[in-house]
Design a binder for this molecule. Structure first.
Ligand code: ME8
Length: 653
């Protein structure tokens, strides 16, 4: 395949609409792109990973009007939330493009101007049905609904009639050229089933498409004819070249274009596999290597979508468990071409079995024994025996397979292969029973060898898991006494043996605690990340996006100064502390999601604001009788403390 010989890798996600904040479906595409970007960096390629937001068009205009704000105000607030979410999910994009950025608007106008001059764009009259929700023109054979309006075949909503002067793009001129390209590049659209769909759509005949509107004000004006704005898809698709620097960073553009991989859901494959290459051909740009239309995450068998209102908020998971279990689950659970049904039960089952049991236990047991038997430093392992060599050989062959699957955009297979090796490493420990070896001082060298071998297997596995679970891989390498990050060691520079047995290892910390479904759903975190949660846009009042409360309603909150008497960790929960609080003659227990920013001893003697009349909740099996207030950044809590000796129990207002 072409991409294998290339020393650069340019990967894109769709740019997401800003009518609402992203959900697990958007996180999915972005996580796949991130894992592939990280893999390619480790493979030694120079990577450019692009994501961003699609901010123009009727859909955004309408969503902003419903909230009583301007489109750019809506875009700004959703962009902040999107960027916060990507940060919380450890996404390593190189650039975040917004279609309202001046270089993009200018670039789109310039491309439009050139196509017009060349004759690929011409002015005419459009009359037809249009779906505002999908920002798409309906095909001729779209069904007619009860009230006589045509129904959008993709989303099932009633379409509206558009009749206006418009500029057309001469798509019909590209039908044969597209088919020739598909023929010559069978991997242009993946998976193969989608290639067939796209090819048969094109074979069915392409008509010129309208690419401007007079009724939509929120868009890029047509050059020299500002009564028209450019159709949102013509505008949006060109982000892939404007953001790369087409007319403002030529060096970067030359280095990375054409894109190696445009990733997206199958819902927008046609725009990318038909319109986009035709636009590129018209402008004389080379075509991307691969357009990959992945499957959908469904909830209760329906596509998770902002407009259906059945979306899942990724923070429910990230706040309690951090990003890696979600990243792992989404990539491991289904091959990226297929649909998958998202359930919390399925998520917890997978995370408990693969992460807590298989990988977490392997790391925990090994590090525990290194502490117990060697005080942290393995020292001098005895010579390698046949079964040690077999484990190393199994690692090398697993590694070859894992890397090939990542190269083939098949992270689920890569992880499956890697976990098969982790199973072998667990078996190796069980077969060699270090706890038995430890009983005989004469076998100390052998004991050292077995634990070193297991630690080396963990180190290698973490390196291979790093594209998908970067944070956990970093933590595991640190526990193993590695001073480098696995993300800084290229595959080509990795050696199984490069683990120095003379370097001290750290005692284990809980990496992937087991999750209990009921407790998980009861209380994901004692401190809700208010700043990060999407505003509820369901039925917003006209003048503001937030619900206004009266002073009387505010007074219902019993806010008081709490003084911490005792603080300890909640077993099995990396983010939670159990605090005993003096509320002025009354003692309360509070479970708070602050363990990432504070050690228990940091909090004893500290005073902060507590909501004293919040309904008690059970969090991770521990009762919490109130909540403390904290600022949240990147999912971490920062508590504003009271200075001085204000008495515990004092009212806060
Ligand atoms: O279509 N399962 O933006 P959008 C999997 N602005 N992926 C999902 C998903 C689900 N349930 N829901 C959404 C747009 N996605 C345009 C793109 S690009 C030039 C312009 C993901 O906010 C998936 O990648 O509607 C899908 O294609 C994309 O979000 C749609 O995002």
């Amino acid at each position: 395949m072409e991409k294998k010989s290339k020393q650069t890798f340019f990967v894109t996600t769709p740019i997401y609409y800003v009518n609402d904040v992203p959900h697990i479906g958007h996180a999915y595409t972005t996580i796949i792109a991130d894992a592939l970007a990280r893999h390619n960096r480790l493979a030694g390629r120079e990577v450019f990973f692009l994501t961003g937001t699609d901010e123009h068009g009727q859909k955004i205009e309408k969503a902003a009007a419903e909230r009583g704000i301007t489109p750019i105000e809506l875009a700004d607030s959703v962009v902040t939330r999107t960027q916060n979410l990507w940060q919380a999910l450890d996404i390593s994009q190189d650039f975040f493009v917004r279609t309202t950025m001046p270089f993009h608007e200018k670039g789109v106008q310039e491309i439009f101007r050139r196509m017009l001059a060349k004759g690929d764009i011409y002015k005419g009259e459009y009359k037809g049905w249009y779906c505002v929700s999908d920002e798409a023109f309906l095909p001729d054979d779209a069904p007619i609904g009860k009230d006589g309006a045509k129904i959008c075949p993709d989303c099932g909503r009633a379409a509206v009639v558009l009749a206006e002067p418009t500029y057309f793009f001469r798509l019909s001129a590209y039908q044969q050229k597209l088919l020739d390209h598909f023929e010559a590049h069978p991997d242009f659209v993946r998976p193969p089933s989608r290639m067939n769909e796209v090819a048969s759509f094109v074979r069915g005949g392409l008509r010129d498409i309208s690419i401007t509107r007079t009724t939509v004000k929120w868009g890029v004006p047509v050059p020299d004819d500002p009564a028209h704005t450019i159709y949102v898809w013509f505008d949006a698709l060109h982000n892939y070249i404007t953001a790369l620097g087409w007319d403002w960073n030529r060096e970067r553009f030359e280095k990375f274009w054409p894109a190696s991989l445009h990733l997206m859901g199958k819902d927008i494959l046609r725009f990318h596999a038909v319109y986009w290459p035709a636009f590129l051909m018209a402008s004389g740009f080379a075509l991307p290597d691969c357009i990959f239309g992945h499957g959908w995450w469904l909830k209760d068998e329906a596509k998770m979508s902002k407009s259906l209102g059945n979306v899942l908020d990724p923070y429910l998971i990230i706040n309690t468990l951090g990003p890696d279990p979600l990243r792992y689950f989404l990539l491991r659970e289904i091959p990226i071409g297929l649909d998958g049904n998202f359930s919390h039960e399925g998520f917890i089952h997978r995370v408990n079995s693969d992460l807590a049991n298989d990988f977490g236990n392997l790391v925990h047991r090994t590090l525990n024994m290194v502490q117990q038997y060697f005080g942290g430093t393995i020292g001098e392992p005895a010579a390698e025996e046949a079964q040690d060599a077999a484990l190393r050989a199994a690692f090398e062959s697993a590694r070859t397979a894992v890397l090939a699957h990542y190269e083939d955009y098949a992270p689920a297979k890569a992880l499956e292969e890697l976990w098969a090796f982790i199973g072998l490493a667990n078996k190796y420990l069980a077969d060699n029973a270090p706890w038995k070896l430890a009983k005989d001082p004469a076998l100390r060298g052998r004991l050292a060898r077995v634990l070193w071998q297991a630690a080396a297997a963990i180190r290698g596995s973490s390196h291979l898991a790093a594209p998908v679970m970067p944070g956990s891989a970093r933590r595991i390498w640190d526990l193993l006494g590695e001073t480098r990050s696995p993300l800084d060691v290229l595959y080509a520079d990795f050696r199984f043996d490069d683990l120095d047995p003379a370097r001290p290892m750290k005692p284990p910390v809980p990496l992937f605690p087991r999750i209990d479904l009921k407790e998980f759903l009861a209380g994901p975190a004692a401190v809700p990340p208010a700043a990060e949660r999407p505003a509820e846009p369901k039925k917003p009042p006209k003048e503001t996006t937030m619900d206004i409360i009266t002073y009387e309603e505010f007074k219902k909150l019993d806010l008081r100064v709490g003084l911490v008497l005792k603080a300890e960790r909640v077993e099995g929960a990396t983010r939670l502390l159990k605090l005993q609080i003096d509320l002025g003659g009354e003692q309360r227990q509070i479970v708070a999601g602050v363990a990432e920013t504070y050690a228990p001893e940091d909090l004893v003697g500290k005073r902060f604001t507590v909501i004293a009349n919040l309904k008690p909740a059970v969090i991770r099996g521990v009762e919490s009788q109130g909540m403390l207030l904290a600022g949240i950044r990147d999912g971490k809590a920062f508590i504003p403390f009271f200075e001085g000796d204000i008495p515990a129990g004092s009212k806060v207002q």
